[in-house]
Write a protein that binds this ligand. Structure first.
Ligand code: DAH
Length: 347
């Protein structure tokens, strides 16, 4: 009997260690410790053994049972871990660092925005903010852009549904609609209504237009707006400031020029062109960068400033366009795709 028991353990050792799957395991378990298994059969033979040998033999059988059970437990652990491995797929080392780990970089638009604000702070401008959800009043009416003006066309502007409510944005006129601001010029109005002149603000931010996206257009882009209100402000001051900021950002060889234009909120109004052929990839002699002019007296009157006393200039420009010039980027879509190969080029 003793020999039979040790043979059983030896056999279990080799057989159970080789088990690969659960059905085989269950069958093996039944063969060793099940009601019709080998151990049960040996236990049943106890009756044939002389009485005095029984206690020692009983002990031996129990030990064997414990041994076999331990071997079964080990086999099950092995099978379970193989099953998990199969579910997880190829081996993964979870302790390895992720690929491309490294310090983050600033987005090129952030870099240009911050640099422009720094340049303007040096000459006394402070940064002002305004909401991206606006009302017709701040975006158009107060900027002398009447309801029949094409800029207000639903083709160009994203209007929000009639039912839209924005707790932090109050309507000036009950009937006016909410919209996504089409330019940062709305911040001019908000700033003037909030305070008294003199005013010197720069306001960078996101704007929205119903444009179809291509290499030079995006329905969502960024502008930078400036407003200066004081006594005796002239076009010369405006030109001098633009010369200063573009030379500071793009290098001292940069030139600016004005072309007469029309904006409802400035008179006279100009479009601003830059000459920056010293920059890599700049092929055209002049590049349009934004609009500007002397604040229209109608705008001053509307916010309660006496146009006989106060004068001022304003300008607005696209940040993407500036960043594209500065870094030689030829497609606006790169800014929004979050491709690390693009983003990591900007420190
Ligand atoms: N808001 C104009 C635009 O989005 C740019 C602009 C023109 C801003 C003249 C101004 C300005 O402040 O005076 O195209």
């Amino acid at each position: 009997m003793q020999d039979q028991l040790s043979a059983l353990v030896a056999q279990a050792q080799t057989e159970l260690a080789a088990l690969k799957a659960r059905p085989e395991f269950e069958a093996a378990k039944a063969r060793y410790v099940g009601p019709n298994g080998a151990l049960t059969a040996l236990m049943k033979q106890m009756g044939t053994v002389p009485k005095e040998e029984r206690p020692a033999l009983g002990k031996l059988i129990n030990e064997t049972k414990t041994r076999v059970q331990a071997l079964l437990d080990d086999a099950l652990v092995g099978i379970e871990s193989a099953e998990l491995q199969a579910k997880l797929g190829p081996a993964v080392d979870a302790t390895l660092p992720p690929p491309d780990l490294g310090p983050g970089t600033y987005h090129p638009l952030t870099l240009v925005r911050e640099e422009m604000c720094r340049i303007l702070r040096k000459v006394g401008f402070t940064v002002a903010d305004g909401p991206e959800v606006e009302t017709e009043y701040y975006c158009f009416d107060a900027l002398n852009t009447p309801a029949d003006h094409p800029a207000r066309d639903a083709q160009d502007t994203f209007y929000l549904p009639e039912a839209a409510k924005f707790a932090n944005i109050s309507k000036k006129n009950p009937g006016e609609k909410y919209l996504l601001r089409t330019h940062t010029s709305s911040v001019q109005v908000r700033t003037m209504l909030k305070g008294k002149p003199p005013i010197r603000i720069v306001s960078p931010g996101r704007v929205y237009r119903r444009d179809t996206t291509d290499a030079t257009h995006s329905a969502n882009f960024h502008q930078l707006e400036c407003l200066y209100v004081d006594k005796n402000v002239t076009v010369r001051d405006l030109k001098a400031l633009l010369d200063y900021i573009f030379a500071s950002l793009l290098g001292k060889d940069t030139k600016t020029r004005f072309r007469p234009h029309y904006f409802g909120y400035t008179e006279p109004s100009f479009e601003v062109d830059l000459s920056a052929s010293h920059l890599p990839k700049v092929k055209k002699p002049w590049i349009e960068i934004g609009g500007c002019g002397m604040v229209d007296p109608t705008v001053f009157a509307d916010v309660g400033y006496d146009p006989e006393v106060w004068s001022g200039y304003a300008f607005g420009m696209g940040l993407e366009r500036l960043a594209m010039l500065l870094y030689g980027i030829d497609d606006i879509r790169y800014f929004y795709q979050n491709d690390l190969r693009f983003l990591k080029q900007f420190a």
